[in-house]
Every structure is written in structure tokens, then in C-alpha cells.
Design a protein around this ligand. Structure first.
Ligand code: UT7
Length: 342
């Protein structure tokens, strides 16, 4: 991809003035499918109960996409809302990074469907696959594009129709997930390279392929020619999650030159209320500083962090200049965190 002259000039100007490019979060948007499925409804078809699901996970209800409603449809709606919140037209976007495990098609990338439906005829659009950590990975990719001057305005999306890869007879997984999409608009701004800058201050990513068997799908294009269904050793994943998430949050804070006392909001991946509480406790964070949506969204994989960010931004909890730490962990394993000043 070529660097636009205006973008190059901005990068060179920043370097000349001893300042740095920061990816500023200019707008956040979300979309949830209309249909909501309660725990009570699930208990009619599988051997489970509202009591068990609430006690073990905190989940009460999840949204499920309608027939014919695809990941790209959810992504476009979330993107339109993020663009409106940023107060910019889609024409300004020169990069779309979409995180999903449930693309519309094996190819092309769902991001290109979104690009087309937003009416864009230029720029770059591609998907990122890191399962539940996908949004953090996509954010890191887009942030690096912006900081290198290779794009100026990016749309970063987490969108999933995870309901399509669930085994609805497997009570240990099917009660945990939901569908949805969240998006953020990133714009290249300038900072002094200090934690006081607005924008993404750091991203930290990790993967460990040795843990494949604890969380995976039973199929894939190359192996079975089908998408497969989710399988998880929940208890083992749980233990890894608390350790790894607390670790990567600490690491990201150190990298940003901050401590947990500087955090205004943690926006965690919404897999399980007990994991969210466990990480908060390990970090010594007051629970009222942690955004929780798992009760009404369930685990929406790559969409969970931007959905939670959108909710807490829209209701006024997260304000301009607040320090927000986003974190997630998923199959692979993959895990990561991002620190941003809003
Ligand atoms: O987003 C990617 C990352 N994913 C996660 O972070 C998920 C991590 N894991 C978890 O959230 C939890 O481990 C689960 C919610 C999946 C399970 O909770 P748990 O407290 O670890 O339960 P368990 O798997 O140890 O199962 C306890 C019992 C079992 O019965 P027995 O063997 O003790 O008789 C299960 O068969 O609960 C049973 N069980 C259920 N009972 C009613 C499992 N699922 C259900 C269910 N309803 N839906």
C-alpha cells in the first residue's frame, strides 16, 4: 500500500517536532440482533437452568442473529453508529480491520463486504482471526498502521455470529455465547509520547498454540470442509484466563508508564462474571471501575470488548481523557490488552 502524501507529511511533521502519532478513539458504536434468548428458554431444550447459568457465569440473556442476518450486517450497523459518534462520513476511512471467527464466507474477507456496504471505493479492508481476543488484535494492527503513517482514519470492528458454530446440544458451551458487533473509529492525532496523550497508549499481544485442545472448533475448511462447532474445557480455560489476563494488564500498564491506580475503567472480554471479578481482584481494582455486560450480552467473542466500550461510552460512564484498559483472551490461546486515553 502506498502512503498518501498528506499522511506522510503528517508523520514527518510529527517526527520533526519531537511528537508522536497517536490513534485517537474518535467514536464507538455497537449493534445487537433483535432476538433475545433467555436462560429459561434454553432450559426448555437442554438440561440446564437459569440458576446454574447465572451462578456459574453471570449470563441471563444473549442476542441471537436472525436467519439471513450475517456477521457483515451486524458489523455495518455498528460501524455506521461509530462513524456517527465520531461525526465523520464513511469516505474518510482508509483502513478497515474486522475481527471475526464467524465470517460471512470463507472468502473474501467480511471486511470487504463492510467496505462495499459503507460505499467505500478506496483504502484497505481485511479480517483478523484471534477468536475472543480478535478485537484487541485488530486494534493493535490498526494502531500500528496509523502510527507508521500508512493510514489516517481506521474502522476497527469486532463482529460475530457465534450462534452459528455452537453445538446446541452441548450445555457446557451453548449457554455461554451470543451474537453482536462493536466498532471504533480511530483517527491519527499527535501526542508528546507521554501517558497524558489522548489515544492508544500501548497494545500487548500474546499467543500460545500449545493450548489448542482446550478451546477450538471441531472443523475447518481445510480439514473437514465444514466450520465445525465449539468445544471447550471450561474449567482449564478459566484458570488460564484469570492468570493470563491479570498478567497482560500489568504488562500493558508498565508499557504505558501507568499503574493500576491510573485506570479509570477496565473494559474486559465478557466471558464469565467470575473471570472478570477474579482479574479485578488480582489487580486490586474496585468493581465499580469494571464495565460488565456479560449478563445481557453473554460471550460475543471478538465483539464483546467493543460492545462493552460502546455501552459505557454511550451511557456517559467513560468520558474524554479517561484511561481505559481493554483486555481479552480466547482460543489459540490468544490474549492481549490495550491501554487508551479516551
Ligand atoms: O471466551 C473464551 C474464553 N472462555 C472462557 O473464558 C470460559 C471459561 N470457563 C468458564 O467460564 C467456566 O468454566 C464454565 C462456565 C464454562 C463452566 O463453569 P465451571 O464452574 O467451571 O463448571 P464445570 O465445567 O466444572 O462443570 C460443573 C458441573 C458439571 O457437572 P458434574 O460433572 O460436576 O456433575 C457439568 O456437567 O456443571 C455441569 N454443567 C452444567 N449444568 C447445568 C456444565 N454446563 C452446564 C449447564 N447447565 N449449562
Amino acid at each position: 500500500m502506498t502512503i498518501e502524501p498528506a499522511v506522510k507529511a503528517r508523520r514527518d511533521a510529527a517526527a520533526g517536532q519531537g511528537s508522536v502519532i497517536r490513534s485517537v478513539i474518535a467514536g464507538v458504536g455497537a449493534y445487537l440482533p433483535e432476538r433475545q434468548v433467555t436462560n429459561h428458554e434454553l432450559a426448555k431444550t437442554i438440561d440446564t437452568s437459569d440458576e446454574w447459568i447465572v451462578e456459574r457465569t453471570g449470563i441471563r440473556v444473549r442476542h441471537v442473529a436472525a436467519e439471513g442476518e450475517f456477521t457483515s450486517h451486524l458489523a455495518v450497523k455498528a460501524s455506521e453508529r461509530a462513524l456517527a459518534a465520531a461525526g465523520i462520513g464513511a469516505g474518510a476511512i482508509d483502513l478497515i480491520v474486522l475481527a471475526t471467527t464467524t465470517p460471512d464466507e470463507t472468502f473474501p474477507a467480511t471486511a470487504t463486504r463492510v467496505q462495499e456496504r459503507l460505499g467505500l471505493t478506496r483504502g484497505v479492508a481485511f479480517d483478523v482471526q484471534a477468536v475472543c481476543s480478535g478485537f484487541i488484535f485488530a486494534l493493535a494492527v490498526a494502531d500500528n498502521f496509523l502510527r507508521l503513517g500508512q493510514a489516517e482514519t481506521a474502522l476497527v470492528i469486532g463482529a460475530e455470529t457465534f450462534s452459528r458454530i455452537l453445538d446446541w446440544q452441548d450445555r457446557s458451551t451453548c449457554v455461554l455465547f451470543g451474537d453482536g458487533a462493536g466498532a471504533v473509529v480511530l483517527r491519527a492525532g499527535q501526542g508528546k509520547g507521554t501517558p497524558a496523550d489522548r489515544g492508544i497508549l500501548t497494545t500487548r499481544l500474546h499467543s500460545d498454540g500449545r493450548q489448542h485442545d482446550l478451546l477450538y472448533a471441531t472443523g475447518g475448511v481445510s480439514s473437514t470442509k465444514t466450520a465445525g462447532v465449539v468445544r471447550m474445557d471450561g474449567r482449564k480455560v478459566f484458570k488460564h484466563a484469570v492468570e493470563k489476563l491479570a498478567g497482560v494488564v500489568d504488562e500493558s500498564l508498565a508499557s504505558a508508564g501507568l499503574t493500576s491506580a491510573d485506570i479509570d475503567w477496565v473494559v474486559p472480554h465478557q466471558a464469565n462474571r467470575r473471570i472478570i471479578d477474579g482479574v479485578g481482584k488480582k489487580l486490586g481494582l474496585p468493581p465499580e471501575r469494571v464495565v460488565v455486560t456479560v449478563d445481557h450480552h453473554a460471550n460475543t467473542s471478538a465483539a464483546s470488548v467493543p460492545l462493552a466500550l460502546a455501552e459505557a461510552t454511550a451511557d456517559g460512564r467513560i468520558k474524554r481523557n479517561d484511561v481505559v484498559v481493554m483486555e481479552a483472551m480466547g482460543g489459540g490461546f490468544t490474549w492481549g490488552a490495550a491501554v487508551a486515553r479516551m
